[in-house]
Ligand binder design. Structure first.
Ligand SMILES: Cc1cc2nc3c(=O)[nH]c(=O)nc-3n(C[C@H](O)[C@H](O)[C@H](O)COP(=O)(O)OP(=O)(O)OC[C@H]3O[C@@H](n4cnc5c(N)ncnc54)[C@H](O)[C@@H]3O)c2cc1C
Length: 337
């Protein structure tokens, strides 16, 4: 088990922010996961579970224990016309997607190149291009911190919704996820009706894509649109798209007839936060060493050496402008610690 003191979290957050934790523990087996749970029970100190820190903004040193899974085994179990694939929570998500495509197991292609670990996919219910992790999660295996017991949590019990799960709310800090079991199909049914997947395939002269071709296209689209955290620190979409009630929506639509929107249900509409931010003139602008990406207004970036507080100051300035102009709140999707 890796167990370090006064450990730099710089390599563990995609915003590229320097912060130190008092202790850093990484478990790479079930036994080590149970030992880690015991350590968290016995040490009376705050703790923070991380994956690859790609949805994380550190604003200070962490005076407690940072925990990460490094379990990265993978096993298969046939289940009728599907296959159950049990994957260690510390495996890199995109390495898992690549593995699935190579092994003719389908359902994860549209989630290609999302940064992070397998464990976090089950917490965040990651999603992109019309797919989300909940579509393929069968169950989650974890060690319960309170008593060190190994537990299995069925997908139906995880209350998955848009980027939501119980792990983010009432189960927060209760479990160390050790494995996620996905249910994948040997039949490839491509989902092409989202974003510019079809246009990109057409440009490449591909009519009926293979799983690998679809993965390649998704990767290419993402690389065009999103900054690479290795080059420009960021945590993907910084804000969630606000969902507003009918009355607010109708007022906004009268004021801004060109405003894009998507129905959520009969009473609510979702408005793209990127549009709101762009309308406030923030796209491409900076405040100190933090800024808004010039191609995607939803992505806040570290222009070099920014502190977490500088990013928070920028976040507050954007929220205030959106509030003043549109009378609605946008909330961060990123965990601010
Ligand atoms: C360039 C870029 C593009 C992105 N694009 C997308 C996108 O298209 N769709 C999308 O959904 N997200 C996207 N994201 C956000 C991010 O990739 C996801 O939120 C991802 O799941 C985070 O994984 P992580 O391993 O870095 O988790 P972290 O950010 O480190 O942690 C996320 C959460 O998971 C918990 N957690 C992690 N591991 C465990 C474990 N073993 N046990 C218990 N809890 C755990 C943490 O406590 C935390 O609450 C993007 C991020 C970046 C930087």
């Amino acid at each position: 088990m890796k167990d370090e003191r006064n450990y730099s979290l710089l390599p563990h957050n995609t915003f590229g922010i320097e912060a130190v934790c008092r202790r850093y523990v990484e478990f790479s087996s079930m036994e080590e996961a149970r030992e880690t749970a015991a350590l968290l029970r016995h040490e009376d100190t705050p703790f923070l579970i991380i994956g690859r820190g790609s949805n994380l903004l550190l604003t200070r040193d962490f005076e407690g224990i940072v925990v990460r899974s490094a379990i990265d085994d993978i096993t298969l179990q046939p289940a009728g016309d599907h296959t159950l694939v049990r994957v260690g929570s510390g495996m890199e998500w995109d390495a898992f997607v690549a593995w699935c495509v190579e092994h003719d197991l389908h359902g994860a292609e549209n989630l290609s190149l999302i940064p992070g670990d397998v464990g976090a996919s089950a917490v965040q219910n990651i999603g992109a291009y019309g797919a989300e992790a909940a579509d393929i999660i069968y169950k989650v295996e974890a060690v319960r911190i309170a008593d060190g017991q190994q537990v299995e949590l069925k997908a139906e019990d995880c209350a998955y919704g848009y980027r939501q799960s119980r792990f983010k709310h009432e189960w927060k800090n209760q479990y160390l996820i050790t494995h996620v079991v996905y249910r994948l199909s040997s039949v490839f049914v491509p989902q092409l009706d989202y974003g510019n997947i079809r246009a990109e395939l057409q440009q490449r002269g591909i009519g009926q894509p293979t799983a690998q071709a679809l993965r390649d296209v998704i990767i290419a689209i993402r690389q065009q649109k999103l900054p690479d955290p290795q080059v420009l620190g960021n945590a993907g979409s910084f804000f969630m798209n606000p969902v507003v009630g009918r009355e607010v929506f109708e007022r906004l639509q009268r004021q801004f007839p060109e405003m894009p929107h998507y129905p959520v249900d009969a009473l609510h509409e979702k408005i793209p936060a990127a549009w709101l931010i762009d309308q406030c003139g923030w796209k491409g602008r900076s405040l100190g060493r933090a800024g808004v990406h010039d191609r995607q207004a939803l992505v806040l970036v570290n222009r070099g050496g920014a502190s977490g507080s500088e990013v928070v100051t920028l976040c507050h300035a954007i929220q205030a402008d959106v509030r003043q102009r549109f009378g609605i709140e946008i909330s961060p999707e990123v965990n601010i610690v």
